[in-house]
Design a protein around this ligand. Structure first.
Ligand code: BES
Ligand code: MN
Ligand code: ZN
Length: 489
């Protein structure tokens, strides 16, 4: 996969991808006059997701040219997400035609600046061409190996800069997808830590990995309880990108849930669907990917990311329902079910983030509850916060990345559900408002630090192909966290 910028003249440089809106269809500057008729004859109306294509042999040429048109829908108030979706649909058609080098014509739509569009196009290309095929004997890649993004002379500077950011975001998201798609027999906590180290070397951020003894010294009793049953020991992964050394007191803390597998423990999950629980480290993958993108783009913000990586299994060493365990914050927790393990690991991780790393803002990302899928489906990440201005920043980031977010209420009365007479907290808040009480449990460990909680249980993995994200891991959170960090510039 490769993207390059192409200064565009009127000569047709090979296979073409035209992204155009319904309004533009009439007076589009077709690179060849007869194309308009060819597409119209196929009934192409440029609706979002709609594509049409043709193959022709230019006069005197030896090689055919393939042209794909992909609709952007209504051109007014065009969004970046619509550009990504159109690109994804167009790429699918180009792949079907076995096109290898594909050129997108220069951006002409005044609704979006050319730089923004070029970033979305590049991002979407990397995301749409991604395949998780490393375990297949016959690997079928997307046929399009090179995407050329055409630009007009006056667009040169912005388009070239946009291609670089788009590629970084696309690759960092695909890194997260690789980690999530990797099965749990391969991706143990130790291996996840190694992958974080590799990403640190490749993208340029610092990584520190702590083993069981050191985690014990940090007093992370709740985290250790969750991982105790597995033969694959826990790891605490700490990643640092200090992009703004002049302001060391401003630190954005990212925390990702890192259960490399969640069987439920003694409160065992049912067999059906348990295999998807390899994805229970998607929050960790999101923060690793985001660190990569922030470091490669040298974003001038201090960011520390922490992952408490472990595996929730069953053995004679494991914790049990009814156990009362400690935590780094000194609060005791009654374990009512061993399947509500994520909040236990995150409680210690966010407390470490505010107490040891002195983060001034904390964002945790976690595949935390099935309840968020019931509430919001697979389209939208559920969010809780103790600081409304943070959610507003997140909404701005969401407009950049297209990853949808929706805030759930965090009225103090909900906290009552996490109480028990036998310990300071219990790890389940009952059946009602399951996503809210799970999030607020983590909130008990951030002290007064401004905090956002992102429940990505519905959005981290998809069962069906989408416009530009295939079935499997989505890498949700990477681009969102990157743009969130940018709001601190
Ligand atoms: N990793 C799961 C959350 C999850 C469940 C994600 C289903 C995707 C699909 C989490 O550890 C969990 O098991 N949560 C429980 C909490 C309950 C026991 C309070 C859940 O949501 O069922
Ligand atoms: Mn669980
Ligand atoms: Zn879990």
């Amino acid at each position: 996969m490769e993207v390059r910028a192409l200064p565009f003249n009127s000569e047709v440089p090979g296979d073409l991808l035209l992204l155009l809106s319904e309004e533009e269809l009439k007076d589009y500057p077709w690179p060849k006059a007869s194309l308009k008729e060819l597409f119209e004859a196929q009934g192409f109306t440029a609706k979002l997701g709609e594509t049409a294509s043709c193959v022709y042999l230019p006069e005197g040429a030896e090689k055919t040219v393939k042209v794909v048109a992909a609709g952007l829908g209504k051109g007014e108030k065009l969004t970046l997400e619509e550009v990504r979706r159109a690109l994804g649909a167009g790429l699918k058609e180009a792949d079907r035609l076995k096109s290898e080098v594909l050129t997108v014509l220069p951006w002409q739509n005044a609704q979006l600046p050319a730089g923004q569009a070029a970033r979305a196009i590049t991002e979407a290309y990397f995301l749409a061409a991604y395949r998780f095929n490393r375990y297949l004997k016959e690997q079928r890649e997307c046929s399009v190996r090179t995407l050329q993004v055409g630009y007009l002379p006056e667009q040169e500077v912005e388009v070239i800069a946009a291609l670089k950011v788009g590629q970084t975001l696309g690759e960092a998201t695909n890194l997260a997808r690789d980690l999530v798609n990797e099965p749990a027999n391969v991706l143990t906590p130790e291996r996840l830590a190694q992958e974080a180290q590799r990403a640190g070397e490749k993208y340029g951020f610092a990584v520190e990995v702590l083993g069981e003894e050191e985690i014990e010294k940090l007093g992370m009793e709740a985290f250790l309880a969750v991982g105790r049953a597995s033969a694959n020991g826990p790891r605490l992964i700490i990643m640092r990108h200090l992009g703004d050394p002049a302001n060391p007191e401003q630190v954005l803390g990212l925390v990702g849930k890192g259960l490399t597998f969640d069987s439920g423990g003694l409160s065992l999950k049912q067999a059906k669907g348990m295999e998807t629980m390899k994805f229970d480290m998607a929050g960790a993958a999101a923060v690793i990917g985001a660190m990569g993108a922030l470091a490669r783009e040298k974003v001038r913000v201090n960011v520390v990311a922490v992952v408490a990586a472990c595996e929730n299994l069953i053995s004679g060493k494991g914790f049990r329902p009814g156990d009362i365990i400690g935590s780094r914050a000194g609060k005791s927790i009654l374990v009512e079910t061993t399947d509500a393990e994520g909040r236990l690991t995150l409680a210690d991780a966010v407390h470490y983030m505010v107490s040891a790393e002195k983060a001034s803002v904390v964002v945790d990302v976690a595949t935390l509850t099935g309840a968020v899928i019931v509430a919001l489906g697979n389209l939208t990440t559920g969010v809780l916060t103790n600081d409304q201005s943070l959610f507003e920043r997140l909404q701005r980031a969401s407009q950049q990345s297209g990853e949808r977010v929706w805030q759930l209420p965090s009225f103090p009365e909900y906290r009552e559900q996490n109480k028990t007479p036998y310990a300071d907290l219990r790890n389940v808040g009952g059946r009602e408002a399951g996503t809210i009480t799970a999030g607020l449990f983590i909130g008990e460990f951030v002290e007064d630090t401004p905090w956002l909680h992102l429940d990505i249980a519905g959005t981290a993995f998809r069962e069906k192909d989408g416009d530009y994200l295939q079935k499997g891991a989505t890498g949700v959170g990477v681009r969102l966290l990157y743009h969130f960090a940018e709001t601190y510039l």
